[in-house]
Design a protein around this ligand. Structure first.
Ligand code: PLP
Length: 440
C-alpha cells in the first residue's frame, strides 16, 4: 500500500490539470470542499476502496465523496443496475417506476418515514424540509446547532463561521456565513449550543412562539462529530412535544449509522427527515421524508400546494436506480459489520494515541470518524474548534496521510465503506496515529 504513492501526493499530471483548470474556474476546482494546498490530485478512476489519480498513484479512500459512497467506488451491483437502464434514457418530464421503488425501499426500512419526495442534493432536501416545517406550523423561525453544516442554504448556514472572536454574538442574531446573505436571515434563526441541554431548553422556551422547527444532525461533523447526548435528546423531543415545534432531522450523512436510519438509532420521533448521499448510490440525490400527515404539505393534486416542490432532475432514473442498488446491499448485516469496523478504528486509534501520549482524539459514530488534535474532551462545536496551530497541524496530518496512501477530508474526517477489511482498518488506525506523531 505505502509504495503506491511514491512519496508524492500530487504528481505532474494533476499539477498540469490544475493549472489548466485555474483559467476556467475560480480556485481551479469546481467545489471548495475537496481543495487543499497546493491542490488536490485529479481522480481518474475508482474501484472499491481505491482511487487512481492522473499520475497513476493509488490512494485508499476514506473520504468516499464526502461520505456518500457507502460501498466505495464502482460498486458492481450499482454499476450493473446502471448499465441495465442507461440505454433507456436518463431523464423524463414524467414519473418513472424507479422513483417509486427507491421510495418504497426507504419507507420499508424506515417505517417512520411514510412518504418521500426526491431532490437532486442534500442542500435542496434540507431547504424543502425547512420550508415545509414553516408552512406546516405557520411560524417563521428555525433553530439549528452552532456550527452545524446542513448544505448551502442561507438560513441553515447561520453560525457556520462561529469563532472565538464572535462567540459573544447573541442568538438569534448570530453570525451570517456568506457575505451575500441578507442580514434579516439571522433574525429567523435561533442558534443552539450542542450538548448543552439547559441552555437549549431556555432558548427554545424563549422563542417557541416564533419557532417552526428544530433542525438537528445527531452526529454533525462540523459540530465535532460527536453523537447527541441523552439529556439533549430528551430536551429536544420534550420541547417539540410541548411547543408544537417540528423536529427536522438532517440525516444526509447520518442515515448510514443504523439500518433504519439515525432517527431510529437515537429513538427520535421525527416530523421530517432530510436524506441524501448514500441513498443515491454515488449519483446526485436528496430527499425529504416523513409521516404522510406532514408530507401532505407537498400534495399538488388539490390545486396549488402549500409548498411547491419540483426540480428538473429530481427523481431522475439514474440516481433512483443507483440508490436502490446501494440501499439493497446495505443490509442489516452490512450495517452491523461497518459499524463494528468503525468502533474498532476509533478504539484502536484512541488506544494507540494514549499509549504514545499524543494529545489527540478520534470522535465519531458507526462508520464515521474525525480526528481532533486536542486532549480536552470534544462535546460540541466550541470544544472541537481548532486553534490556529491545531488547524495548521490538521492540514499537515491530512498530507502525511496522503503520503501514506490514505485520503481523508481536508479536516481529517472520514467514512468507511463496505469493501474495507479488518486489516484495512488496522492499517488505517496505525497510519493515522503515525501521521499524528510525525506532525504533532
Ligand atoms: N446536510 C449535511 C449534514 C451534510 O453533510 C451535507 C453535505 O455535506 C448536506 C446537508 C448537503 O448535501 P449536498 O452536498 O448533497 O447538497
Amino acid at each position: 500500500r505505502l509504495g503506491h504513492n511514491r512519496g508524492e501526493v500530487v504528481g505532474p499530471r494533476s499539477r498540469d490539470e490544475f493549472q489548466r483548470s485555474l483559467k476556467i474556474t475560480p480556485g481551479g476546482s469546481m467545489r471548495a470542499a475537496p481543495f487543499f494546498a497546493p491542490h488536490p490530485p485529479y481522480a481518474v478512476s475508482g474501484a472499491g476502496c481505491w482511487i487512481t489519480d492522473a499520475d497513476g498513484s493509488k490512494v485508499f479512500d476514506c473520504e468516499n465523496n464526502f461520505f456518500s459512497l457507502v460501498h466505495g467506488h464502482a460498486f458492481p451491483p450499482v454499476i450493473e443496475a446502471l448499465h441495465n437502464v442507461l440505454d433507456d434514457g436518463t431523464a423524463f418530464g414524467l414519473p418513472t417506476t424507479s422513483e417509486t421503488r427507491l421510495a418504497e425501499a426507504i419507507t420499508t426500512r424506515s417505517p417512520k418515514l411514510e412518504q418521500v419526495r426526491f431532490t437532486s442534493s442534500g442542500t435542496e432536501a434540507v431547504m424543502f424540509a425547512v420550508k415545509a416545517a414553516r408552512a406546516i406550523r405557520g411560524r417563521p423561525m428555525i433553530a439549528k446547532f452552532e456550527g452545524a453544516y446542513h448544505g448551502a442554504y442561507d438560513y441553515v448556514e447561520v453560525s457556520l463561521d462561529s469563532a472565538p472572536n464572535n462567540w459573544g454574538d447573541s442568538s438569534p442574531n448570530s453570525v451570517l456565513y456568506a457575505s451575500g446573505t441578507p442580514p434579516s436571515t439571522a433574525a429567523d434563526v435561533l442558534v443552539l449550543p450542542y450538548n448543552e441541554p439547559k441552555s437549549c431548553r431556555e432558548l427554545i422556551r424563549k422563542h417557541h412562539e416564533r419557532l417552526a422547527a428544530i433542525l438537528l444532525d445527531p452526529v454533525a461533523s462540523r459540530v465535532g462529530m460527536v453523537p447527541i447526548e441523552a439529556d439533549l435528546r430528551e430536551v429536544i423531543q420534550d420541547c417539540c412535544n410541548r411547543y408544537g415545534t417540528l423536529l427536522v432531522i438532517d440525516e444526509v450523512v447520518s442515515y448510514r449509522v443504523g439500518f433504519h436510519g439515525a432517527h431510529a438509532t437515537f429513538g427520535f420521533e421525527p416530523d421530517l427527515v432530510a436524506l441524501g448521499k448514500i441513498i443515491g448510490g454515488g449519483l446526485p440525490v436528496g430527499a425529504v421524508a416523513g409521516p404522510a400527515s406532514h408530507m401532505a404539505i407537498f400534495d399538488h393534486t388539490k390545486g396549488k400546494p402549500a409548498v411547491s416542490h419540483g426540480g428538473t432532475f429530481s427523481a431522475n432514473p439514474l440516481s433512483m436506480t443507483a440508490g436502490l442498488a446501494a440501499l439493497q446491499a446495505y443490509t442489516k448485516d452490512a450495517v452491523a459489520r461497518l459499524n463494528q469496523m468503525g468502533d474498532t478504528l476509533r478504539s484502536e486509534a484512541i488506544e494507540q494515541l494514549r499509549r504514545r501520549e499524543l494529545p489527540a482524539q478520534v470522535t465519531g459514530m458507526s462508520s464515521l470518524f474525525r480526528l481532533h488534535l486536542k486532549a480536552e474532551v470534544v462535546r460540541n462545536y466550541r470544544t472541537s474548534f481548532p486553534s490556529a496551530l491545531q488547524k495548521a497541524a490538521l492540514a499537515k496530518v491530512h498530507r502525511a496521510m496522503l503520503e501514506r496512501g490514505f485520503l481523508m477530508t481536508p479536516n481529517c474526517s472520514g467514512a468507511l465503506s463496505t469493501p474495507m477489511s479488518e486489516t484495512d482498518i488496522q492499517d488505517l488506525a496505525a497510519a493515522l496515529v503515525d501521521a499524528v506523531q510525525e506532525v504533532w
